[in-house]
Design a protein around this ligand. Structure first.
Ligand SMILES: [Zn+2]
Ligand SMILES: [Zn+2]
Length: 161
């Protein structure tokens, strides 16, 4: 038959099987039998019909709506965070939580829309709370770092591996 292919995860192993979703060759150790055919571990983990970073129209809408909700709900949260000790740690946790909510709203697809929405939805409430300081040019650098950490954590929650 055709030339033997090599598993994309084990380049030294020959195989004649390839993933039903992405078409990459996979060896017998890597292949996962699903109800829609043999798949690579990356695609077998995703919900049926979902591809990393690709959302359907209604998932994009939900992502953006939840993002707006998170941004609004985040304003009092961000305000409280800066009154607490360990603000950096708490902002990371809050950012990750916000990102996870948005990730779920988008059908767990992740991808650029979910990441951008999460980062914005997390950064906006902090920026609103800190606006007076920003305008006065007297922003505490720790608070700036808290925004960056929260935004990164929100983005990380949407990673698709
Ligand atoms: Zn695949
Ligand atoms: Zn393999």
């Amino acid at each position: 038959m055709s030339e033997p292919m090599h598993c994309y995860r084990h380049p030294k192993r020959e195989t004649r099987v390839s993933c039903a979703t992405c078409g990459r060759p996979i060896c017998t150790e890597c292949m996962v039998a699903t109800d829609v055919g043999i798949k690579c571990p990356d695609d077998a983990r995703l919900p049926r019909g979902a591809r990393a970073g690709v959302m359907k129209g209604n998932q994009v809408t939900r992502t953006i709506l939840v993002g707006l909700g998170v941004a609004l709900a985040g304003i009092p949260v961000a305000y409280v965070i800066f009154l607490l000790p360990f603000a950096l740690l708490i902002s990371a946790a809050a950012g990750y939580g916000a990102g996870t909510l948005i990730y779920r709203a988008g059908g767990r697809n992740g991808g650029p829309v979910a990441i951008a929405t999460s980062v914005l939805a997390t950064a906006v409430p902090f920026l609103v709370v800190l606006a007076p300081e920003l305008l006065a040019g007297a922003l505490n650098p720790i608070r700036l770092i808290a925004i960056v950490i929260a935004a990164i954590a929100a983005g990380v929650a949407n990673r698709q591996m």
